[in-house]
Write a protein that binds this ligand. Sequence first.
Ligand SMILES: O=c1ccn([C@@H]2O[C@H](COP(=O)(O)O)[C@@H](O)[C@H]2O)c(=O)[nH]1
Length: 468
Amino acid sequence: MRSVVSHPKLLSQISEIMYESIIKPKILDRLNENSGRNVLCGVPYSALTFATALSIKHEFPMLIARKEQKQYGTGKLIEGLLEEPMNCIVIEDVITSGASITEVVAKLVNEKFVSVKDAVVFFNRQQIHSDSPDCDILLSNGVRVHSVLNITQFVEILHEKRCIGSDVVDSIKQYIEGNQIKLGQTVSKPNIKELSYGQRAELLKSLPSAKENFAIDLFELMESKQSNLSVACDVEDQDELLELAEQVGPEVVMLKTHIDILRPSKTLTMQQFADKLTQIAEKHKFFIFEDRKFADIGSVTKQQYVGGPFDIAKWAHVTNCHLVSGTSSVVKGIQEGAQQVGKRRGLLLIAKMSTSDTLTNEDTEKVAVEVAQKHFDFVSGFICQGRLEMPKGNENDWFKYVYCTPGVQLDQKGDNLGQQYNTPQHIVGVKKSDLIIVGRGIYKQQNRAEAACLYRKQGWSAYLERLE
Ligand SMILES: O=c1ccn([C@@H]2O[C@H](COP(=O)(O)O)[C@@H](O)[C@H]2O)c(=O)[nH]1
């Protein structure tokens, strides 16, 4: 709405729609029964232009509400002629919580002759729940808010025009429903209900800053393959790893590698090995996750990621990093590397490790969330032990990230070197993680394909139960 100021024709059309659909039919008749002049006041700053356009076209006098009190002169909060009784209509472009309108109304009614009964907004984001019969929102100060368009109507128009699919419409409606506040309610936003992986992909696509985020591809694959399983292929022989990839490929969405534990092969160069693994990934439709755990300064991280003996950026769709070296440097190093190879790449931040003596804790989880929010155009998710808490005021942002958890096994509680295990049911169902990473629980089994199938089913049914 802010950019409308640069489009005079649109500005005049929007103002006219406000007049024809709301001011004239719903407000003026009623106000004309009262004594007093009808005047307008735009909520600063973006709605000032709409109020001005209406004032010129329909000859309404205007009042201006200052954002801050002048420190010199009269120190007035309201500018304009205030010498006779007047009915002021407040004009606003978008309403979210209603706080801006309420603030302006408080300044207006502080003036002797001004009364305010109505506000007109162009776009209602439907974040306020209202049962009022004669307006869209009844503010706690008694002001009736009338809107031209609300977000539900807006997405329905986009759907009708075939700009978005019905799944996006449903996700947005569900989001609105879960995010409404009742006026006077002190809690901020209630948590949105559980969302499916598909809905999260669609919601991410609707966010401009997430359009290129790898999380979209991963959520979509999880939904279509009905899998939230990643196998950690910690075998030491290249041929064995390729064989394992063929065995578990149909069950997984991500195949996790540690490229530096593989013995150099006599038959395959690194490049040939990477090409073969990529072919298997394309055949069975899974992504390759190189669990490199980068942790150096940004420039060295970039060198380790692009080029060198492993040339990770070329073949690994996703990698991960610690944040010990800083909150931006390592992420930027990897992001620049990804830009250099010109392919869509993902990054997972290590928030909490699975080991019993880990130094990662609530603070590292908090930092990881802050970094993810700051670098949301590139960061796709976390290595963690469950869904992470989002910062105050952005509680619902959890849906944007893929929570990936290693340390998963059905039968063991841990190993003798500090690894700790939880079951898929606990990790996905209770801790609300999205993706389980299973190593020895699968590749140490006699029948690896069967074991992968079992873990996939367990992980998926825990996810389905979570959705109920
Ligand atoms: O906190 C972490 C981070 C990474 N891992 C990796 O996951 C697998 C787990 O293998 P299992 O055989 O299932 O124990 C392994 O590749 C680790 O490097 C982790 O375990 N914990």
